[in-house]
Design a protein around this ligand. Structure first.
Ligand SMILES: NC(=O)c1ccc[n+]([C@@H]2O[C@H](COP(=O)([O-])OP(=O)(O)OC[C@H]3O[C@@H](n4cnc5c(N)ncnc54)[C@H](O)[C@@H]3O)[C@@H](O)[C@H]2O)c1
Length: 383
């Protein structure tokens, strides 16, 4: 099996989580066409030991890590605003690129990233929309593509987490230029999920965005009079949404809603959707991610069927030692799909390309514009 040296950029929550996927992918999928092998990790100094313990050679120099001729694949787990420069550098250096979501913090940057990626069709360009890898969502996509329930009439997508209360300190996630707020963090997943399952994108939308907490304590580096540095906590105004609520029309004329928040107590990672069709309905929630719920209005029994999709021959079944999967499995499935894509094999379910992620960024920008100007926005306004 061909080995592929991987360099990971960023060793926070996601960098560490992804390390596990690289370890497990060829054990779980012996048919993987390529074996990714951890090589270097671009880290902050305090992360070096942790990266080493997980099998990576730490590197404190991002450019050196990306351009090192030994590496062939760059996995970007950096804060959102750092994706742009890292992606362009990696493509320029001729590396396959797997980038975390959202692709960029602006549509203008995302557009450039798409152009750079599409100019190098021999290289992978893939974005980590994790929940495409839940077998239940792959099944939803297949059911909808088969037109079993007729036309989609309404879609309701949501992503609710709980950790954004007033006690949570500021970070890049609460900064418009560095992270983009809840709509970028969580809304991006929900927007991609709508497209992945239904093939539909919003054409016109109206949004409200709200910050429940107007100021947060950020860690800020200050220079003392003698030139030395110190870290202080500073109360700063927050310029991003804690929650976004959107109504929209889709390309096929269907209507729908999107809700994302980081202030939903009791919702650890509650992403999901309800889709209503002419003759049935489908719903999914991450809290029971193995199952797709299906309602057939032509079935005289008139009840919801709960389909266990993580075994019984649905997608990525190779893993199913037991009929439950989790977040780590989805990361491994994503890694497997990227290896298949590099080897030019058919995907089990499509990866999100940079172009797909650019479309998500367009919707996010439309949501911001609509909320700011308090009006309906047509997606054609955002290019
Ligand atoms: N797809 C998913 O399910 C999912 C889940 C969580 C995060 N993410 C994405 O992964 C990316 C990283 O998120 P995370 O939760 O790992 O973030 P994090 O803050 O935990 O880690 C970011 C890492 O980037 C590196 N870094 C370099 N320069 C930095 C700087 N100036 N400030 C901060 N970090 C710097 C560090 O190694 C740091 O640990 C983001 O794009 C995020 O949206 C995706």
């Amino acid at each position: 099996m061909r080995e592929l040296p991987v360099t990971i950029l960023g060793f926070g929550m996601m960098g560490r989580a992804r390390s596990v996927a690289y370890e497990s992918v060829t054990r779980i999928f012996p048919d993987a066409p390529i074996k990714p092998v951890p090589y270097q990790a671009f880290v902050l100094p305090h992360e070096a030991d942790g990266a080493k313990a997980m099998g990576w050679e730490p590197n404190l120099d991002l450019k050196d890590a990306v351009c090192n001729p030994k590496t062939e694949y760059i996995d970007i787990c950096l804060p959102n605003a750092m994706h742009y420069a890292a992606v362009l550098l990696a493509l320029e250096a001729g590396k396959h690129v797997f980038c975390e979501k959202p692709l960029a913090v602006s549509v203008a940057e995302a557009r450039e990233m798409v152009a750079a990626a599409e100019a190098r069709p021999e290289l992978l360009n893939s974005v980590h929309f994790t929940y495409r890898r839940a077998p239940a969502n792959v099944y939803a996509r297949q059911l909808i593509a088969s037109n079993r329930f007729g036309k989609l009439l309404e879609s309701h997508n949501y992503y609710h987490q709980h950790w954004g209360g007033p006690g949570t300190g500021g970070s890049w996630r609460f900064d418009l230029k560095a992270g983009g707020g809840t709509v970028s963090d969580l809304g991006s997943h929900a927007i991609d999920m709508l497209y992945f399952t239904t093939g539909q994108r919003p054409t016109k939308l109206c949004a409200l965005q709200h910050a429940h907490v107007k100021e947060r304590y950020f860690n800020v580096e200050k220079t003392r009079e003698d030139g030395s540095k110190e870290n202080v906590r500073e109360l700063r105004p927050v310029d991003v949404d804690d929650a976004s609520k959107v109504v929209y029309y889709l390309e096929n004329g269907a209507i729908g809603t999107l809700s994302c928040t980081r202030n939903a107590h009791g919702s650890e990672n509650s992403q999901g959707y309800e889709l209503y069709f002419e003759s049935g309905a489908i719903r999914w929630n991450y809290d029971a991610l193995d199952y797709l719920e299906v309602y057939d209005a032509n079935d005289p029994q008139r009840g919801w069927t709960r389909v266990l999709c993580s075994t019984n021959g649905y997608a990525y079944e190779e893993t199913a030692a037991a009929p439950t999967i989790g977040y780590r499995d989805e990361l491994t499935f994503g890694c497997y799909e990227n290896m298949r894509a590099i080897a030019k094999l058919e995907p089990i379910a499509p990866i999100a390309t940079f172009r797909d992620a650019y479309e998500v960024d367009r919707t996010i920008e439309a949501i911001r514009l609509s909320a700011k100007e308090e009006r309906w926005v047509k997606l054609e306004e955002i290019q």
